[in-house]
Design a protein around this ligand. Structure first.
Ligand code: DGL
Length: 285
């Protein structure tokens, strides 16, 4: 029955390319679903922008994905999850779709990446000391501190904003020697604040591209954790718990990529994050 549905993909949103590291894991875990990715490359980075700006941009992109038929949108961007998710869930969805209660069909849902990460991060640490590497926006929102405290109040959490990492990655420098300085700078600062950290959460969708450098710079006792697999497992669980929503998502196994900036540039850069070239289309709101 599901395959006869009209095109109703799972929307995946990010400020740019980074969300592709999450989409890759979602596709690996749930390959049958259709996915529609939107990168707001024209307005990236979000990590340095104000709460209001990130919220406005994110709402515009999420609304666009709903208009394309997505019953469910994943904010695969920590900054957007930190600054926009709660307002969109609590204020905008009820206004945009007054019938969209958990019992009403068709529905519209938006999920972020912070809560699923917070729910599981305590499983990785032996020392109970966790480091969080993220954008300025995510760090100053304190969303991880608040969410992790709900599930693992005993954990000691230290945050470090790494404002140079996204530009380095976006400019193709993540594998080059110049990146070593900035990787070491932020790791040293964080570990000086808490030498007992044994678990390092990469709380920005771009950062998995720095994993080889992080692993080389970190002692073997510290484990870097990427979010993609955590978010994918969380989506598997969520769709199992919400079969009504799962039924609304079409399953032809397609993947489409949209960008608010140049599709040619998106196609070129996206292969860094996706692992192979993609064909992208430009959207204008
Ligand atoms: N995708 C964003 C995140 O996960 C980082 C990139 C940006 O600053 O726009 O926080």
């Amino acid at each position: 029955m599901n395959s006869l549905l009209p095109y109703q993909p799972i929307g995946v949103f990010d400020s740019g390319y980074g969300g592709l590291t999450v989409l890759r894991e979602l596709v690996g875990a749930l390959p049958d679903y259709d996915y529609l990715y939107l990168g707001d490359n024209a307005r990236t980075p979000y990590g340095t922008r104000s709460f209001e700006t990130v919220y406005d941009y994110t709402l515009e992109c999420v609304t666009y994905l709903f208009e394309q038929g997505c019953p469910l949108v994943i904010l695969a961007c920590n900054t957007a999850s930190a600054k926009a998710l709660r307002n969109i869930q609590q204020l905008d969805l009820p206004l945009l779709y007054p019938g969209a209660t958990p019992d009403a069909l068709p529905t519209r849902r938006v999920l972020g990446v912070i809560r699923p990460t917070a729910e599981t991060i305590g499983q990785y640490t032996q020392t109970g000391h966790v480091g969080i590497l993220a954008t300025n926006g995510t760090v100053t929102s304190e969303s991880y501190l608040v969410e992790i405290a709900k599930f693992f109040p005993e954990l000691i959490i230290s945050q470090e904003a790494c404002p140079m990492w996204v530009p380095l990655i976006e400019n193709g420098e993540s594998g080059h020697p110049g990146a070593d300085y900035f990787v070491k700078q932020h790791l040293d600062r964080l570990l000086a604040r808490d030498p007992q950290i044994d678990t390092l959460l990469l709380a920005c969708t771009h950062y998995p591209l720095l994993l080889p450098k992080l692993r080389a710079a970190l002692p073997a006792t510290i484990r870097p954790i990427s979010q993609g697999p955590i978010v994918a497992q969380s989506l598997v669980d969520y769709l199992n718990r919400h079969p009504d929503l799962a039924e609304q998502c079409s399953r032809q196994g397609t993947r489409h990529f949209l960008t608010t900036d140049s599709p040619t540039e998106f196609s070129r850069q996206a292969s860094l994050f996706w692992g192979e070239p993609v064909v992208a289309e430009k959207v204008v709101f």
